[in-house]
Design a binder for this molecule. Structure first.
Ligand SMILES: C[S@@+](CC[C@H](N)C(=O)[O-])C[C@H]1O[C@@H](n2cnc3c(N)ncnc32)[C@H](O)[C@@H]1O
Length: 276
């Protein structure tokens, strides 16, 4: 059995089950210890028996048992970084890279900005900001101790210096920041989650009371105590709740300009709020 034949067989199986072809490539690469180039170079080589067994087991976990490949291998890629993930953290999503891009661009006009990431999970946003704005000071907060351990391990592996705080939003946070960034939980309930998400990712990272709006309302209310003037709030938002979240920000009566940017699929995804 060559890698090519195995890839084609597993791809057919994945597509028939409504799963993603790209995940099969990841399963082959991660199990064989290949880079993408290694895989291409070895496409017509035979798959060693031990590796074949493990590829079949991993693809069964993905296709039959509905486990995301990132949890199978404990690895996810975000903004060019390889991050460790486990069931305690949300798998960082490509849509969130747009938030990072916008935050980096806006924060370039601040001198050595202080930024706080609320609900850091794996540390994806905080780590990307520190990597690309090395002169900035980054604090990352999460309510989950298990999530914070993953984020701390990622910071250590990437040699990036971040202050971590175990906190319910701002409750254990002191001091003021130039920017607050967050990708808070925003699904109203299980009915809004894909089965593979609902069955694997931590509920505390997915769902929020008040129809998914709870954390936006709290951030808008509590942020002014922790923001310098001028300051910025950059939030990931779900497209279908854009109007309600804009209304909450407007009703808070404290914010000057409220803008929304789209993700790469053209969906409203990032809210940028100026505080003066
Ligand atoms: C949607 S995940 C985002 C994770 C990461 N920032 C990312 O974009 O991949 C939301 C995170 O918020 C955390 N969280 C939930 N409630 C919280 C609260 N009250 N205070 C602080 N963090 C909270 C969850 O534990 C989870 O890690």
């Amino acid at each position: 059995m060559t890698y090519r034949r195995l890839y084609n067989e597993l791809k057919e199986k994945a597509l028939a089950a409504g799963k993603e072809e790209s995940a099969i490539k990841i399963i082959l690469m991660e199990t064989a210890g290949f880079t993408f180039t290694d895989l291409v170079m070895n496409f017509d080589s035979p798959v060693p028996a031990g590796i074949l067994d493990r590829i079949i087991k991993n693809s069964d976990d993905y296709i039959e048992n509905n486990i995301p490949v990132q949890y199978i291998f404990g690895v996810a890629y975000f903004y060019g970084m390889r991050l460790m993930v486990n069931g305690a953290v949300l798998i960082p999503r490509p849509e969130t890279e747009v938030l990072v891009e916008i935050a980096i661009e806006r924060l370039r006009s601040f001198k050595n900005p202080r930024t706080i990431d609320i609900g850091c999970g794996s540390g994806a946003i905080a780590l990307a900001l520190k990597k690309h704005l090395p002169g900035s000071e980054i604090t990352a907060v999460d309510i989950s101790e298990a999530a914070l351990s993953v984020a701390k391990a990622n910071a250590k592996a990437l040699d990036l210096d971040i202050d971590f705080i175990l906190s319910d939003l701002f409750s254990a946070v002191v001091g003021e920041y130039d920017a607050i960034v967050s990708n808070p939980p925003y699904l109203a309930g299980e009915e809004e989650a894909e089965p593979i998400v609902r069955d694997n990712e931590p509920p505390g990272a997915l769902y929020a009371p008040d129809g998914g709006l709870h954390f936006y309302e709290r951030i808008f209310r509590e942020a002014p105590r922790h923001l310098k003037k001028p300051g910025l709030i950059v939030l990931e938002i779900p497209t279908d709740k854009r109007e309600k979240i804009t209304a909450l920000a407007t009703e808070a009566g404290l914010y000057r300009r409220i803008g929304v940017e789209k993700d790469l699929s053209g969906r409203d995804r990032v809210m940028i709020i100026e505080y003066e």
